[in-house]
Design a protein around this ligand. Structure first.
Ligand code: B12
Ligand code: SF4
Ligand code: SF4
Length: 339
């Protein structure tokens, strides 16, 4: 009985208000692709991303290492594709200064998704607990030692693209994965595990300006990826990845290998977002005005005149707070004078 009510909650309109476009269930706690991850880290392909090594690597071998009570997981896709398409139009307009910010940054009202999606997942968990007060749950949202793409794979939501993105036939890859790890198994309907739909295509690897995609292993060489350099390299040290100068002006994250993917282009072609209202929150508008609409010189001047604290205050709770003033200065300086 409880599983019927639970399923109703999950199928109701309830989910779209959170921006959830699909969800799936799995009861399997061990990742199917663990060996690929293990080999990747052991080859040192994680580069500066040291948090993927050692104890945090080993924890990922089984969800139960993180949550011993685990019986099942509900994996949700939080889409930001609509924002991506709106941004593409903006980048082609005269307002754009030629710089780009990864679309997930602006896709959740300019707020760091670790805050607002955590809140959504918690609310959903509490709704389930109202049906079954004996239920316990934990969240998985990016930072936990969990192979989230594999978890979504086990839940039958899509496949691993050659660009290493998790792709869904229906939704492409512009979405964030977030999950509820449950202490109970409600025997909800499970989707069949998806097969590969990349075929002979290699557009993502052909388009990557820094040659960061290893087609053979379907993984990235982390230190060659613009996303690593522009988000995770907080200090002004080390060289930018070779080839970054021929990118599209990415100053925070990178979407290039997703933009060219036919599974994302398809969403645009079928006009999925054509008639949707464009909403720009205050935080998003601020990020856009500060970084995407002014001459680079003005941005650099303002960043230089701010203190680190001042920067933190100005961009509090946005994704760019993570990289900090020095990291952003490094990224923007890279393009200054080159365009
Ligand atoms: C570290 C990390 C990064 C690193 C490394 C990315 C990478 N591809 O490895 C950097 C900083 C570069 C990065 C960038 C981005 N990231 Co990131 N990142 C992560 C994090 C924290 C861990 C990923 C990881 O373990 N990588 C190591 C590789 C080996 O593992 P994997 O990516 O899970 O890949 C699996 C498959 O490749 C498979 N596999 C490997 N070889 C083979 C071979 C075959 C034949 C098969 C079938 C499978 C297979 O096994 C792997 C393990 O399960 C996850 C969150 C999480 N906890 O999982 C988010 C996550 C992957 N990132 C995410 C996002 C949104 C991004 C960016 C789009 C942000 C941006 N716009 O800049 C880019 C995308 C870059 C790209 N093309 O992947 C989302 C991806 C959602 C999705 N649809 O896939 C995640 C899941 C966060 C989330 N909760 O939504 N990220
Ligand atoms: S995110 Fe950008 S740099 Fe990284 S693999 Fe994709 S295209 Fe290459
Ligand atoms: S661009 Fe082609 S090869 Fe790359 S992920 Fe998309 S479908 Fe797969």
């Amino acid at each position: 009985m409880k599983n019927k009510i639970l399923e109703e909650v999950l199928h109701s309109k309830n989910l779209s208000q959170y921006g959830i476009v699909d969800w799936g269930v799995t009861t399997v706690s061990r990742p199917i692709t663990w060996k690929y991850y293990f080999e990747w880290v052991n080859k040192g392909l994680n580069g500066i991303l040291k948090y993927l090594e050692g104890e945090r690597r080993d924890k990922r071998e089984d969800l139960k290492n993180y949550y011993p009570e685990f019986k099942s997981a509900i994996v949700f896709q939080f889409s930001y594709a609509k924002k991506k398409f709106e941004l593409d139009k903006f980048y082609k307009s005269k307002k754009s200064n030629g710089l780009k910010i990864a679309s997930y940054v602006l896709g959740f009202d300019g707020i760091d998704y670790h805050f607002n999606l955590r809140e959504s997942l918690n609310q959903l968990g509490e709704q389930l607990r109202e049906i079954d007060p004996e239920l316990n749950f934990k969240l998985s949202l990016d930072t936990q030692p969990i192979l989230e793409r594999d978890l979504a794979f086990r839940a039958g939501l899509g496949w691993f693209g050659k660009n290493s993105m998790f792709i869904s036939k229906k939704e492409g890859s512009f979405f964030i994965l977030g999950s509820l790890l449950l202490s109970k198994n409600y025997s909800l309907n499970e989707k069949v595990v998806e097969t590969d739909h990349c075929g002979q295509c290699t557009r993502c690897a052909d388009s990557c300006p820094t040659d960061a995609i290893d087609l053979e292993t379907r993984t990235l060489i982390a230190d060659k990826c613009i996303s690593t350099y522009t988000i995770e390299q907080f200090k002004d040290i080390g060289e930018a990845p070779k080839g970054m100068e021929s990118s599209n002006g990415e100053i925070f994250g990178c979407d290039i290998c997703q933009e060219v993917c036919p599974w994302n282009k398809r969403l645009l072609r079928i006009g999925k977002y054509d008639n949707e209202e464009v909403i720009v929150s205050e935080k998003e508008a601020h990020l856009r005005e500060f970084f995407l609409e002014r001459p680079l010189e003005n941005i650099l001047d303002e960043l230089k005149s701010l203190s680190n604290r001042g920067f933190q205050r100005l961009f509090k709770s946005t994704p760019i707070e993570r990289t900090g003033r020095i990291g952003l200065l490094k990224n923007i300086r890279f393009f200054y004078g080159k365009r």
